[in-house]
Every structure is written in C-alpha cells, then in structure tokens.
Write a protein that binds this ligand. Sequence first.
Ligand code: CTP
Ligand code: ZN
Length: 153
Amino acid sequence: MKKKELKIPLIKDGTVIDHITAGQAVKVLHILGIPEKTLDSIVSVVMNVKSKIGKKDIVKVENRELKPEEVNKIALIAPKATINIIRDYEVAKKYKVDLPEEIVGIVRCPNPNCISNTREPVESRFRVISKDPIRIKCYYCEREPDNIADNII
Ligand code: CTP
Ligand code: ZN
C-alpha cells in the first residue's frame, strides 16, 4: 500500500510564519508568547520540512493577525522568516521579519555580573549593532552573546 504524502492544511484566516530556520520553531513560539497570548487560536507547527533551500520550520496561528512589532523579534533566531497574513484563504500580506533596533527581555546577558542578571528588576536590553550577521550588545555592560539562540530567556 502506498503511503499518502502528509499535507499541512491551508488556513482560512490568521498568520503563517514561514521559512523559520529549521529547529527554531519552539523558540519562535516562546518569543511570541504562544500559547499564553493565543489561548483562543489553533496553532500548528511543522518542523524540518523540505524547502527550496534545505529544511525549514513553519508556524501557523489561526484567527490572529500578528503585528510586525510582535513578530520582528523572531528575526533574532529566524532571520529568513516570512510573515504571511491570511484572509479568507488568500495571502493578503507578505513581508520578511526585520530585526528591531533594541531587544528587551528576550536574550539573557552572558555576563553574570550584569545588572540585568542580578536581583534588580531590570530586564535585559540589547542594542542591535549589526543585522547581517546579527550582532547584539548589552545596553548595560556592552557584552555580546556569541550564541543568541542558546541565550533566549
Ligand atoms: N498558507 C496557508 N494558508 C493559506 C495560504 C497560505 O497556510 N490559506 C501558507 C502556505 O502553506 C505557505 C505560506 O502560507 O507556507 C505562504 O503561502 P504562499 O505565498 O502561497 O507560498 P509561497 O509562494 O511558496 O511563499 P514564499 O514565496 O514566501 O516561499
Ligand atoms: Zn549585560
């Protein structure tokens, strides 16, 4: 018996985050605050699907149009991601994620003595000093994490 190819269903309305760096989907969900912020949405995640250039992950959030300010943060770990806003099954908008100038509360500073790592209620804060390759520098102590994906809070 021939096995049927598994297809990921299209969605009617919502947001499709496509071309996520393979393996980063779970961190993307975490950065987006899913499921906490999307309790009423069906969310589907596919990992390691074949694409034109190697493998990728995809996240589909139904019935929610995520705003650029919310999704741009994921450029930290998925710089090639594209955001597709779906309305009545059609792609109504498509854009690439674009790293914001500052990253607040997402990445842990690698310096244990940094004020953002002490008991002070100070959120981590990084300035983006280069987008390609991505380089960020702590606003407080100037340290640069060498592996951003491994330092997601
Ligand atoms: N998609 C979906 N539901 C829809 C329409 C599109 O889930 N009703 C998904 C597609 O499966 C794809 C993404 O949204 O993962 C973008 O759709 P589309 O622009 O049609 O695909 P491509 O042309 O392949 O996109 P790109 O050029 O960005 O790779
Ligand atoms: Zn620091």
